[in-house]
Design a protein around this ligand. Sequence first.
Ligand SMILES: [Zn+2]
Length: 252
Amino acid sequence: MGNDGGSISKRDEMVRTKASVQKVDASLLRQSLWTVCRLSREPLQAPVVSDALGRLYNKDAVIQHLLQRHQSSDSTDAIPHIRGLRDTTDLALTPNTLYRPASAGQNEQHSVYPFMCPLSARQMDGMHRFVYIAPCGCVVCASGLQATLTDARGESHNCPVCAREFNAALAKGGKVQGSDVVTINPDKDEEDKMREKMESRAQHKKKKARTADREDGEVAEQEAKKRRKAERKDETRRRIAQLTAELAAEKA
Ligand SMILES: [Zn+2]
């Protein structure tokens, strides 16, 4: 019934091949996440920016996209959560000293990954967790960053690369919420949390804008009241002047 040794070995071979194809796919995916712009699919090249979801883009590609967005009839926008450059952070990346473009030919000393951590010199190759610090954009590996944080300082720390102050909640094992530390290319679970944070922040901004609108309305209302009062005063003054003039005319 086909259950002879031949078909079993063929099946084994198939399973092995499938597994190795999956392995190749995973490694290609990893390579593309850390070497290629998510938008243009071009090799990552400074200036590189990231967003609230920790994705990597060439800044030029994002600008191009934003400029052409209103002309595009395509209803599926690749980056709907980026409404302007204000929704991105300029990254301060450290060039990997072992980097050599894949097209230039590789040997075992070369790396296709263009960036590395300035603290640990680890390559940014998807094998280690990397983060960026939102206020300054410095990109470091998470363990390198953790090693620089002391408990004495609570959540507020200075960037170990550029010394700018930031909230280190996430790097200290705290929540994504409130933290200035953003994971680059997070796994699915963390990306969900980051998306939640991004959306709640957008909601908060909208609410704030609505409150500001209402306050503007109140100010306008008060000014209108003042104006009406002044107009009434003018009217009374005019009336008095008129009556005075009439009285004077009668006397004359
Ligand atoms: Zn910094």
